[in-house]
Write a protein that binds this ligand. Structure first.
Ligand SMILES: [Zn+2]
Ligand SMILES: [Zn+2]
Length: 430
């Protein structure tokens, strides 16, 4: 194992070892920390003491100040992610301060406020050298390929490549949403689709990624149509800048072609659904671009004839490179986009196991952010200045237009956009 690879929990030892700290392949002189530990798939995790990660010469160790709870964490707990080995600490939407910095890393100091992409890149491979570290060939992902941020500390490999400095005016809670859903939406709208001011963008699925895309595209001057099956989610999309918000049914493509006088220039599947893919391609004008962010079921078919005959582009999008964060951060600083408004709940580590389990059923509304410095029951707005958590005032987005309950909603509420979120492979961060 190269020195730069953060240690992971040892799977072989875990088969027999009952003492978690004995299983953790960290250096022996490190202190312990509290973390959410998954020891068996689909069994409630526990909050236990494990050794904190050790520092490598080119890495960093962060004190986690805030970390988002994403649908892909639930997929990992369910055993849907082949990159995870047990026992395991989830968590990949990270904002924190540098607790330790490797001896080879220049330009960073203990105490610096940072975030990191959920794809931590190597900085050396051909994709990294071309500026596309979001598809790094040697990528590591906290909370998937090594222990993540539902803990007091988390390691960051290749720190010079992956650390992103946070401006003082962006709080930790808002920043926790940037590492995955908001950054994914930003790159999907800008770097992948190249949405221009005045173009029509139709966003299918108004969960965390979808609402982020609505907010970002509207701020950049695009004309946005939001589509979902839940009126409350559409109401949220309207507040975040969608010009039109329409319930999904079989007439949706026709309505979009009418509204846009011939079809949208860009469509986005922020859900992961075969029905959405089909509707998207029918909603595009000739030479339109479709961005796929939600993971699709394995048997999904794409109308290749439509791609050819109307010269449509079908584009995949995966996270965002650390080097592209400054543009997004400047948009956040300008208050043109407000990721903190997606956050409806701030919890402590002790509440994570129940929150994760609850995502199997009807989950709490909105995006949940975990502050490991928080204690259970102390996050109701009175303690917004507590150490470990910044002063975001969660704004309740009514009705749950978010990832935590979209899947449940889609399954129950007709008309349905069938969800592809259960597909095998790397689960989407929808
Ligand atoms: Zn690389
Ligand atoms: Zn995620």
């Amino acid at each position: 194992m190269p020195a730069s690879v953060p240690q992971r929990l040892d799977r072989t030892e875990s088969q027999t070892c009952r003492v978690v700290s004995d299983c953790y392949a960290a250096s022996g002189d490190n202190h312990d920390m509290r973390a959410v530990l998954i020891e068996q798939y689909n069994v409630m995790p526990t909050v236990v003491e494990v050794p904190a990660p050790s520092i490598s010469p080119d890495g960093a160790v962060l004190r986690v100040q805030a970390t988002g709870l994403c649908r892909s964490d639930w997929h990992g707990w369910q055993g849907h992610d082949s990159d995870i080995t047990l026992p395991h600490v989830p968590g990949h939407e990270i904002a924190g301060t540098i607790a330790e910095i490797g001896s080879d890393v220049a330009g960073w100091s203990v105490g610096d406020r940072v975030t990191v992409p959920f794809v931590c890149a190597c900085g050396q491979c051909e994709q990294c050298r071309s500026g596309n570290s979001q598809v790094c060939l040697e990528q590591q992902q906290p909370g998937f390929t090594y222990p993540g941020s539902f803990a007091e500390f988390v390691a960051v490999p290749h720190a010079a490549v992956n650390l992103v400095r946070l401006p003082d005016e962006i709080g930790f809670v808002a920043a926790a949403a940037l590492g995955c859903r908001f950054a994914t939406a930003y790159r999907g709208v800008t770097g992948v689709a190249g949405v221009q001011a005045g173009e029509w963008l139709t966003v299918f699925g108004c969960g965390g990624v979808g609402l982020s895309a609505v907010m970002i595209a509207a701020a950049l001057g695009a004309r946005v149509i939001a589509v979902d099956v839940n009126p409350a989610a559409l109401s949220a999309a309207g507040r975040f800048g969608a010009e039109h918000a329409i319930l999904f049914d079989h007439e949706t493509p026709g309505r979009i072609r009418d509204i846009t006088t011939g079809g949208a220039q860009v469509t986005m599947d922020a859900l992961g659904s075969a029905a959405v893919v089909e509707a998207s391609l029918r909603s595009l004008r000739p030479r339109g671009r479709h961005v796929q962010i939600g993971l699709l079921p394995g048997n999904t078919t794409v109308d290749v004839g439509a791609l050819i005959g109307r010269e449509l582009q079908w584009l995949g999008s995966h996270g965002m490179a650390a080097r592209d964060y400054p543009q997004l951060l400047s948009l956040v600083r300008s208050a043109a986009v407000r990721p903190a408004e997606l956050v409806t709940r701030v919890i402590g580590l002790d509440e994570v196991p129940a929150a994760l389990v609850a995502m199997s059923d009807a989950s709490p509304t909105g995006v949940t952010v975990i502050c490991p410095g928080e204690q259970a029951g102390r996050h109701d707005g009175r303690d917004q200045q507590q150490p470990g958590c910044d002063s975001v005032q969660p704004e309740v987005v009514s009705g749950g237009g978010h990832d935590e309950n979209r899947q449940h909603r889609v399954e129950e509420d007709p008309p349905a956009m069938p969800s592809g979120a259960e597909a095998k492979g790397r689960p989407g961060h929808e």
